[in-house]
Design a protein around this ligand. Structure first.
Ligand code: F1P
Length: 340
């Protein structure tokens, strides 16, 4: 495919996302597996918020076995760190056989996804040594932010000042990520609660729910602890029964407009005895009234909060795995690329 080698608007133009094409897209399908699928969920939120294009996000292993409906100008985005995940490639080939244009977001320039896709954004997350995907996730969602900005700007949903604000916030993310690493000692100590844990929960609303899914997956992948992510408002439809004394819950509350609602759900799990680690933006001391411990995330735009919020969850999974004596570089039952 045509490769955009760095993540700038100019190269999006170069790969053919010119004005006519960018304006013509009437639906986006994002297809991926695992962590890449979770990145896609963040992508849906930001593309819909800024560009107002309807986005479906689907797990590749489901998508490839059904008969999806394509609009005349559907754009497909496949996300794959390795570019070799069998289900993702199969879905991609299926879509291309139906004439759907495919953009691949991948970390590996020479991968099958990069070779076969019509257009490619390379994430440059570095040569991976870890099997569980971590920096790939942050770079994938960065690529999706840039796409959202591009679509929103070209289609007239975002003015120059709005673009500038978002690009500035994106440029500040490396420094923000450094700051989040300061939470490591707190997470190392919190991870002790996970040594004996059998069931754990991650809850959030909106974009925080997407982050919760990724936090739960990391814990399962490298710590082998049963972890469930729940949309906070969905807990009351049965799952609350599993929240009993001492069950560890991570409550993610990075979105000001959803904050009160999320806190009311955290209050419900606290009332059943859960031990809750809350995450919110720095300066929001209010959460301390409700939870047992708080992780403060540096301030950024609410849409970019997943970049900050995922890091403590990755650290938690890491420290829990180490505390349980697992080799985090060789997680059981997990391959770097799942090619079957
Ligand atoms: C998808 C994935 C990863 C996971 C592990 C197994 O891979 O589920 O998210 O961490 O490596 O595969 P990919 O399509 O993004 O390479």
């Amino acid at each position: 495919g045509r490769v955009a080698e760095d993540l700038s608007g100019v190269t999006l133009d170069e790969i053919g996302f010119d004005e006519a094409f960018t304006k013509s897209v009437d639906r986006i399908h994002i297809i991926a597996c695992g962590t890449s699928w979770h990145a896609g969920l963040v992508g849906k939120a930001v593309i819909e918020q800024y560009a107002r294009i309807p986005v479906d996000v689907e797990i590749a292993s489901e998508y490839r076995y059904r008969n999806p409906i394509y609009t005349p100008n559907t754009l497909a985005i496949v996300i794959s760190q390795s570019g070799e995940t069998a289900d993702t490639l199969a879905a991609m080939r299926e879509m291309q056989s139906k004439g759907v244009r495919v953009l691949a977001i991948t970390n590996v320039v020479g991968s099958s996804a990069a070779r076969e896709a019509d257009d490619v954004i390379v994430t440059w997350a570095g040569p991976e040594i870890a099997v569980a995907s971590t920096k790939a996730y942050t770079t994938q969602i960065t690529a999706l932010y840039l796409l959202a900005i591009h679509f929103a700007h070209v289609r007239g949903n975002l003015n120059d000042a709005g673009v500038h604000e978002l690009l500035e916030a994106l440029a500040a993310l490396p420094q923000l990520a450094e700051q989040v690493l300061d939470t490591a000692p707190q997470l190392k100590s919190f991870a002790r609660r996970y040594v004996e844990a059998t069931d754990t929960f991650f809850i959030g609303r909106g974009i925080d729910y997407a982050v919760a899914l990724e936090g739960a997956l990391k814990l399962k992948e490298i710590s082998y602890i049963h972890a469930e992510a729940y949309a906070a408002g969905e807990l009351k439809h049965g799952t609350l029964a599993l929240i009993t004394d001492g069950v560890p819950v991570i409550g993610i509350a990075t979105q000001p407009d959803l904050y009160e609602k999320t806190v009311s759900n955290i209050v419900e799990v606290k009332a059943r005895g859960a031990f809750v680690l809350g995450m919110t933006w720095v300066g929001n001391d209010d959460l301390e009234k409700t939870v047992d411990e708080v992780i403060y995330l540096p301030k950024t735009l609410p849409a970019l909060a997943p970049i900050a919020a995922v890091i403590p969850l990755q650290l938690l999974a890491y420290y829990a795995a180490v505390a349980r004596g697992n080799d985090v570089d060789k997680p059981r039952n997990l391959a770097k690329s799942v090619t079957v």
